[in-house]
Design a protein around this ligand. Structure first.
Ligand code: SF4
Ligand code: SF4
Length: 446
């Protein structure tokens, strides 16, 4: 097992770590498939309101590759198709069947046996995953778009940890799933010769048998486990910039689907809040956000990640890639003489508050303490970037429409972790600017 040396990132300990206990919440009345957390997709609807659907019925496909389907994680009736601005598909909401016997009426695919996987043609596996609604689990660098089926990736990175520092613990997600995980690795070997499995060092003890599959460990601070950071620290050639990644959770779903021929619907979710320690929650894919977060005060926001998550409406549902909800206090009141307050519990990158001298967990909130200003070349963004970018230089190149310069400063190595925006004292939305730059470059090349 190798150790990847990541030197920069967010090293402060945060309050709100979830408990390792697990609860199962009752089946929700509605579930949904969201198109909002799927990058670059151009959805083509395959159902209409009031249509009955089974578990595994395709709801929409991707116009760029119509073979890639997004399927229903439950059996019931299409209640609503919600569009956003410019008729962009947001969610397809399904009322689950109340008939206990028909709780899950599955679309059945031909199962693949564990022994035969080495002999099954790669394209057959891909076709089954695309039709079954799980191909989007594979993402391709540098843009992290859905993997190109015609590309043979030089490496596939399997991350045991999801996006947020408090995403579900792999010890909980993978408990009793060793067999599926092992089969998943066999599937990956059909796609690439090099499989990297990464884990946070601090998680190893609770991994049991899964520990035997880990090839690389990463430090325990955010975002060292992000596949984009792992790739940056491992790659030796340009060709590797087009590697793939998949989370361990999705790899297990892929394995379950191929072995049983049925779309797996169970998900493990964490809901975290600064002053709380909640258990891990077992629920169904696409569960309603309000069922998971329970009651919260009006001054709070819900996001799917502390530093780079999407803001979610309590009336909406969890997306395919989302397994963490963070409730953050949104108190935007100005603090009188805030700059001379000791700030013992405030996280600080610039060592402005005395909290930098204390070890206890710190509390994040949404207060940005001021408005956007011009860049003052302080270098905090560079000092925190795990992939050694100088985000201020990339930003300036992008603002002057010089994509070549932005690329030469490493734009494509940005993993979108959000730390540069978090650290910037001038409140510049660096991550958003870089991500738009990356999207524009990617779409240009398509
Ligand atoms: S540029 Fe910003 S968002 Fe990108 S990897 Fe560096 S810190 Fe993260
Ligand atoms: S942190 Fe903000 S102000 Fe400081 S160099 Fe970076 S972009 Fe400029």
């Amino acid at each position: 097992m190798e150790n990847i040396k990541v030197l920069k990132g967010f090293k402060t300990i945060l309050a709100g770590m979830p408990d390792m206990s697990v609860i199962q919440i009752p089946e929700p009345e509605t579930i949904a498939v969201s198109a909002l957390d799927i990058p670059y997709i151009r959805p083509k609807l395959l159902v209409k309101q009031k249509d009955p659907v089974k578990t595994g019925t395709p709801l929409f496909s991707d116009k760029r590759n119509k073979n890639i389907r997004y399927v229903s994680p439950g059996t019931g009736i299409v209640q609503q198709i919600i569009f956003g601005e410019r008729r962009r598909l947001k969610e397809i909401v399904i009322v689950l069947s109340k008939n206990r016997d028909k709780k899950d009426d599955f679309i059945q695919f031909e199962p693949i046996s564990s022994d035969s996987i080495d002999t099954i043609p790669r394209l057959k596996i891909i076709k089954q995953l695309q039709e079954g609604g799980l191909w989007q689990s594979f993402r391709q660098f540098p843009s992290k778009d859905t993997a190109d089926e015609n590309h043979e990736p030089p490496m596939i990175i399997v991350s045991l940890n999801s996006n947020d520092p408090f995403s579900p613990h792999p010890g909980v997600v993978l408990e009793n799933e060793t067999e599926f995980f092992e089969f998943g690795i066999k599937v990956l070997k059909q796609f690439s010769k090099r499989i990297i499995v990464t884990s946070r060092q601090g998680n190893l003890k609770k991994l049991n048998k899964i520990k035997n599959f880990v090839t690389h460990t990463v430090p325990d601070f955010y975002p060292a486990w992000d596949p984009g950071v792992v790739l940056y620290h491992l790659k030796k050639s340009r060709n590797e910039n087009h590697s793939w990644c998949i989370s361990a959770e999705h790899l297990v779903l892929v394995a379950k689907f191929l072995l049983t021929g049925r779309y797996p619907v169970k998900r493990v979710v964490t809901v975290t809040r600064s002053n709380d320690k909640k258990p891990h929650i077992i629920t169904r894919q696409g569960a309603p956000v309000k069922n998971l977060v329970g009651s919260m005060d009006n001054n709070s926001l819900i996001t799917t990640g502390r530093f780079n998550g999407r803001l979610v409406d309590p009336k909406s549902h969890m997306g395919f890639f989302e397994n963490t909800l963070t409730i953050i206090n949104d108190n935007q009141k100005e603090e009188l003489f805030g700059f001379i307050q000791p700030g013992f519990s405030k996280p600080t990158v610039s060592r402005t508050f005395l909290s930098c001298l204390t070890k206890g967990p710190k509390h994040l909130d949404c207060n940005i303490h001021g408005e956007e200003r011009a860049c003052i070349n302080c270098g905090y963004c560079t000092n925190i970037c795990p992939n050694d970018l100088a985000p201020n230089f990339v930003m300036k190149a992008l603002l002057s429409d010089d994509i070549e310069d932005a690329l030469s400063y490493g734009l494509l190595d940005c993993c979108g972790c959000g730390l540069c925006s978090y650290a910037c004292p001038s409140k510049i939305e660096l991550t958003k600017l870089l991500s738009h730059g990356m999207d524009a470059h990617y779409k240009d090349k398509e």
